[in-house]
Every structure is written in C-alpha cells, then in structure tokens.
Design a protein around this ligand. Structure first.
Ligand code: AMP
Length: 398
C-alpha cells in the first residue's frame, strides 16, 4: 500500500506525519526538537503508542535517520519503499508558486532565491528536503507553500501604496502566511455546510502563536491579514501586528534602539506579552483576565478588537459571509477569545452565538452558532499535514 510523508522542517525541528495514500489515515506522527543539540528530543506516536527519547541529534541528516528508523520500528510501515511521495512544507513561494509543485531543479532554485524574503524558514525547509531526498531516493517529492493559497489576491489587495517600483524591483507586497491551513479550513467549511466551495464565503481566523485571518470567496482568498512578513495583521502572542511604520524612526530617535533591537521587540516582545507584561500564552492571559487583572483585561480586549477590525473589513468585501471559523491553538481552545471576538461583531453580522456551548468545547469540530444565525460560527481544528499529503497525492497521481 502506498504511503505519503508530510514534512515540516524548521531550523531546529522536524515534524512529520505518515499517511496511508488511499484512506489518509495517519499511520505515524512525530517531532524532533532541538536539532543541533546533544539533548535533542525525538517523539513519535503510532499505533496508539507514544515513544519519546532524548539523544544527540546534531543535524537534519541525523534527524531524518532517527525519524525514519522510528517510523519503521513503531508504525505499520515496514519498508521505506512504501513511501511513494514526500510533501515538504515551504514557507515562502513568493509570486513564483500559486500551487504546490513536484520538486525540480527549477523549483529548488526559486525556493533558494526566495530565502531573502524568509531567511529563517526557506533555507531550513530546503535542508529538510535534501536530508529526506538523500535517503528516500525512489520517492517523489513535492513543495507545498504557505503563501500559495493567497496568490489569488488582486493587486488592489496585495499592494502597499509605496512607489510601484519597489514592488517591481524588490517584490515588496503582501504575501500572507498560513495558506495551507486557510485552504484546509475553506475546504472543510464547504463540506460541513454541504455546499460546493465555489458557493461559500468564509472568514477564517487562524489564531495560534502567530495569527492571521483570511477572507475566502468561493474558495479563493481575496485578502489576508499577514503581509510582506508574518509581522503584519492582528496582534499575536509576541508580535505587534499592524503598526504605523513611522513609529520605527521615532523610537530610533527617542531610544536609540537599532533596527535589529526594534525587530526583536516587534517580533518577540510585543503582542499579548508586550501589552500584558505577563505572558504570550493565551491560557495565562485568560486566567489573569478572569481574575480581573487590569493589563490582562486590556490585552484580551485589544486582541478581540483587532480581530474584529479585520472581520468587519472582510465582511464588507465578501458581501455576505456563510461562516466565521476559528482554528489553530487559540482559535480551537480558547473559549474566552472566541466569545469576545464574536461579541464584537455579532450585532453587525446578525450572529446568534451559543455562548454556553462555546464555553464547554475545545479542540473539536463543532458549530457554535444557533440554527437561525445569519452567519454560522465553527471551530474546525486545522490539519496542514493532511493538506500537504492531499496535494502530494494529487500532484503525483498516487
Ligand atoms: P499554535 O501556534 O497554533 O500551536 O498555538 C499555540 C498557542 O495556542 C499557545 O501559545 C497558546 O496561547 C494557545 N493555546 C494552546 N492551548 C490552549 C488552551 N487550552 N487554551 C487557550 N489557549 C491555548
């Protein structure tokens, strides 16, 4: 039986899932963390068993060897030849990729060239590809891009109002991220509504440590909240989201904070952490909000308000909205965030929200709106690995 491996390689981590290519049942899922360290951690779940070990894993090649050995030992895959397709998540596909692709020399060169737009991610994604390619020589490989699903945006949505030559010469524009997740949710929402995707308008709220919203009209993204980089859009765990760029030189003048210092602050010390002074973890913010702590309450209010801003804008551009969907770590698990976001928009969008049900559920696929709500509200747990595996099957004809 054919198997498909979905791979997400970061600079110091490697996540993978093995799928049955016919049923898309997950046969194994694993993560290797702290690659490059003597105390790296390799975890695999397969056949109802969870195996975790701490060992020296100095590079991606070693990580791949451990991952494949674990797959053979703990899952029903007994021969690596069964793995016919390997789908690799690639963060930045720029304007070169509107869809996933079968890996070729040309695709590799383009992904490499796009590293200047995603210096932390694309090189790591390629390192993961090379490491698997060396061992799984007979399998065919695909690249699945985080940006590709957003390539349907029109110039009026994706351009910044800078002089046009910065777009032409340096590709400065909005790209958006989390595309694989948004695509999965759009597809799944149409299935839950029992409609063709062409007939469904959805606002997806992918709220994890990084967060982005997308307005999806008939299966195509018309706008999304992340921008040239994942810093833009809504407030996040530690990222600012949208800020007037004039703050940058102002702080430079007032505080002497360098470009690097400010980028660290905007990326790692802002968002929920920066406002609350407490934590970037939504669970801690929620607890402190419920305890009435002032800055936590402000953080929670701001977080919902910024998301509501995007929902309102997207509602206008979509004309009508069939569903608002919450997904990713916070969207799936944080009832307080969901309730506050919907409270901000329910009057305008004529949403009837089941607060009681919302407070009782997390991490499951469920409708949170009442039967007579004009816009439906769902939690749909995201599944980027499944999307990678499905694209890989489609492209390779497995
Ligand atoms: P992600 O980036 O999608 O993995 O989401 C990670 C974030 O989800 C964490 O930083 C938490 O803030 C949030 N999260 C995870 N579990 C919960 C939970 N049970 N309640 C509230 N937030 C959660």
């Amino acid at each position: 039986m054919n198997k498909i491996l979905a791979v997400n390689a970061g600079s110091s981590s490697l996540k993978y899932q093995v799928f049955d290519a016919d049923t898309f049942n997950v046969l194994a899922s694993g993560i290797i963390e702290r690659i490059g360290k003597e105390d790296a951690i390799a975890t695999i779940k397969a056949d109802g068993v969870k195996e975790k070990k701490v060992l020296e894993i100095l590079d991606h090649k070693a990580a791949v060897a451990i991952a494949l050995a674990d797959i053979l030992e703990f899952s029903s895959v007994k021969n690596l030849d069964e793995i016919k397709g390997v789908g690799h998540r690639v963060v930045h596909g720029g304007e070169d990729f509107e869809d996933s692709v079968v890996v070729s020399e040309d695709a590799i060169a383009k992904v490499d060239a796009l590293s200047s737009l995603a210096p932390l991610h694309n090189p790591a994604n390629l390192t993961g590809y090379y490491a698997f390619k060396e061992v799984l020589k007979e399998a065919r490989h695909t690249f699945v891009f985080d940006t590709a699903f957003h390539q349907t945006m029109e110039p009026k949505a994706f351009l910044y109002a800078l002089p046009y030559e910065y777009y032409e010469d340096y590709q400065v524009r909005k790209y958006g991220m989390h595309g694989t997740s948004h695509k999965y949710i759009a597809k799944r929402t149409a299935e839950l509504l029992n409609k063709d995707i062409e007939d469904v308008n959805t606002i997806v709220c992918h709220l994890g440590n990084g967060a982005s919203l997308a307005a999806i009209k008939g299966g195509k993204v018309i706008d999304t909240s992340m921008g040239f980089t994942p810093l833009a859009g809504v407030m996040m765990g530690t990222r600012t989201g949208d800020v007037d760029p004039a703050v940058f030189p102002y702080l430079l003048e007032k505080t002497g904070l360098s470009v690097d210092d400010q980028m660290r602050i905007y990326n790692h010390e802002s968002g929920m952490l920066g406002i609350s002074g407490l934590s970037n973890d939504a669970r801690e913010i929620e607890d402190a909000t419920n305890a009435g702590q002032e800055r936590a309450v402000l953080t929670s209010d701001m977080y919902a308000y910024k998301i509501a801003n995007y929902i309102g804008t997207y509602f206008i551009h979509l004309g009508h909205v069939d569903a608002i969907v919450f997904t990713a770590g916070i969207g799936e698990n944080d009832a307080g965030v969901r309730a506050r976001v919907i409270d901000n928009v329910s009057e305008a969008l004529k949403i009837k929200f089941n607060h009681k049900l919302n407070s009782e559920v997390r991490g499951i696929e469920v409708e949170l709106s009442e039967a007579d709500s004009e816009v439906k509200v769902f939690i749909i747990p995201t599944d980027e690995e499944l999307m990678i595996a499905q694209d890989t099957k489609r492209l390779l004809g497995l």
